[in-house]
Design a protein around this ligand. Structure first.
Ligand SMILES: [Cu+2]
Length: 130
């Protein structure tokens, strides 16, 4: 009888190990509360120009300027008065980082605030799901 109990114990342990391994697997991998994305800036576009996030999730955005002009990334509708994206102003060959987090689901537009750039397509959006 003792071997049966031992056998059941081993099966139970293996099942628990298997379940916890499954529980740690998340789509896309990584911590759901934080994610990182990289956006390449050239003339005159962001690539990709779309960021997907969940409400409350903090997203570390690394912007890399592979163009020949300076660019930035700003969220004018959110109100960054007097900053106008200057904190992400990035020279050719350089990169910058910013962390964004949106509490409300929806579409949050961003753009390059260097005059004329957004008008010819240097825009993008963060799509925030509940
Ligand atoms: Cu630009």
């Amino acid at each position: 009888m003792k071997w049966i109990l031992t056998f059941l114990f081993v099966v139970a342990v293996l099942a628990l190990v298997g379940l916890s391994a499954l529980a740690n697997q998340r789509p896309g991998g990584g911590d759901e509360r934080h994610k990182s994305v990289e956006i390449v800036m050239t003339e005159m576009r962001f690539s990709p120009n779309r960021i997907d996030a969940r409400a409350g999730q903090s997203v570390l955005v690394t912007i890399v300027n592979r163009g020949s002009q300076r660019h930035d990334l700003a969220f004018p509708p959110l109100g960054m008065p007097n900053l106008r994206g200057v904190e992400t102003l990035t020279m050719p060959g350089q990169s910058s980082r910013l962390t964004i987090s949106f509490d409300t689901p929806g579409t949050h537009l961003f753009q390059c605030t260097i005059p004329g750039h957004a008008a010819v397509g240097m825009t993008g959006a963060v799509f925030v799901s509940p």
